[in-house]
Design a binder for this molecule. Structure first.
Ligand code: GLV
Ligand code: MN
Ligand code: MN
Length: 428
């Protein structure tokens, strides 16, 4: 695997060429669900899979790219019966946040592609099918339908999403049709995987935090993924003249939202490991000389455990109502995402630990503050993740996100070691 680190870095650049026009103009990477840049990225992933030597490469009904490297059935413990061959599932997402990095998600598609390229080079097959998925959507950017791609595999694709509109009034169904997808629930429902056919799900991902970087550790083994809830919020106050309305008579929607944001910060700070973020805030139709009559904003709230997350969410939403009542504005919210904490499967986690050791690295365990496709797969099959160190103190959701060629190589070697281990010591 001499050149594998260089290959992964080059492939990341190849995918990063496709960005939505207004962002590309500023040399920024934005690749949201089913935009032309997103479809071009998907085509590039397909090309990479073909070049690597996958047996089947296809796009499914929600835009996931599925690459299959078939088993050598003579290697399976049950002999040559194809019906008995199980599948190891892996992958990550290829959509990005706005002005995001090149590795968040994509690295977890490229590393297993590099492994297949290596297996092909060695003329080897595994005793199980190896299915690599480039998930089309994980970031919840264009539509409020976070994890729709992995959700299609777990049977959690909400049919109502097809009628949801993006900021330009385009429905998801229309976006699917424009991308050549059926936009039809009966075909999406068929994407649901039967867990009995799977060994489990493993995902490699850039850490997106400072821990491995600060610890000078190239790889980390994930113990659990934090729970999260996202809500969209709307405050309705009263638009009025900015010059004539006395301060004591105002029903300023933006100031209520600002106070709620600060309250959410204080509440999250009370816990060990809780976080709360207002990532978007707008005054629709606002003017420089008008007191904001309406304010819309988002709240993203996460914690290591479901009960801690639930208490955080409850307290923030209760306090928001109290703030709104005092300010004489109306506070409404709509939950758009709820994901349970996802502890790693002990057996698969131990396999990652062994893989990390076998490439000469210390086993360092950490939990994930970021959400991942593995959280969805967790609902139907065992899962465990490998983290790869990010440079620049681990910054992510930022164009400064970076990994090193040496770490990419180590991660690919660790992934191949995991595959070797699953071959020599099959899961019970
Ligand atoms: C995904 O990147 C998330 O954790 O928000
Ligand atoms: Mn992300
Ligand atoms: Mn990600």
């Amino acid at each position: 695997m001499q050149n594998v680190g260089r290959d992964i870095m080059d492939w990341s650049e190849r995918l990063a060429k496709y960005s939505e026009p207004e962002w590309a103009d500023k040399h920024q990477l934005t690749c949201t669900y089913l935009t032309p840049a997103h479809i071009q990225t998907a085509e590039e992933i397909k090309a990479l899979m073909h070049e690597a030597g996958f047996d089947d490469v296809s796009m499914d009904a929600v835009g996931n790219i599925i690459g299959i490297y078939r088993a050598d059935t003579t290697l399976t413990s049950t002999g040559s019966s194809t019906a008995a061959v199980k599948t190891l599932l892996t992958g990550s997402h290829y959509d990005t946040v706005r002005n995001g990095g090149k590795y968040d998600g994509r690295l977890g598609i490229l590393i297993p592609i590099a492994c297949v390229a290596e297996l092909v080079r060695q003329g080897r097959r595994l005793p199980f099918d190896f299915e690599v998925v480039g998930f089309s959507e994980e970031e919840g950017q264009r539509f409020r339908a976070t994890f729709l791609a992995s959700g299609a595999l777990t049977g959690d694709f909400d049919p109502a999403w097809l009628d949801q509109q993006d900021a330009d009034g385009v429905t998801m169904r229309q976006a699917m049709h424009a991308a050549g997808l059926p936009g039809d629930m009966s075909q999406i429902a068929q994407l649901k995987r039967d867990p009995a056919r799977y060994l489990g799900f493993v995902e490699a991902h850039i850490e997106q935090g400072p821990i491995l970087c600060e610890g000078e550790l190239p790889l980390g083994v994930v113990t659990s993924i934090n729970a999260g809830v996202r809500v969209t919020c709307k405050i309705t106050g009263l638009a009025a003249h900015a010059g004539t309305t006395p301060m004591r008579m105002r029903q300023d929607a933006l100031l209520a939202a600002a106070e709620i944001s600060l309250m959410a910060e204080s509440r999250a700070l009370q816990d060990d490991g809780s976080v709360a973020t207002v990532g978007q805030m707008q005054v629709p139709g606002g003017s420089i000389n008008v007191i904001p009559g309406e304010c819309v904003f988002t709240l993203d709230m996460r914690a290591p455990f479901d009960d801690q997350r639930d208490a955080l969410v409850q307290d923030i939403l209760d306090q928001a109502q109290i703030i709104a009542a005092r300010r004489q504005v109306r506070f409404e919210f709509n939950e758009v995402m709820r994901a349970a904490a996802a502890p790693s499967d002990p057996t698969l986690q131990a396999r990652w630990e062994h893989a990390v050791q076998s490439v000469g690295q210390i086993v360092f365990k950490l939990n994930s503050g970021a959400g991942h496709d593995a959280m969805k797969l967790h609902t139907i099959m065992p899962q465990a993740m490998l983290f790869v160190r990010g440079g620049n103190r681990g910054i992510s959701h930022n164009p400064l996100e970076i990994i090193s060629e040496a770490d990419a190589r180590l991660a690919a070697r660790a992934f191949l070691a995991l595959l070797d281990d699953l071959q020599t010591h099959p899961l019970a």
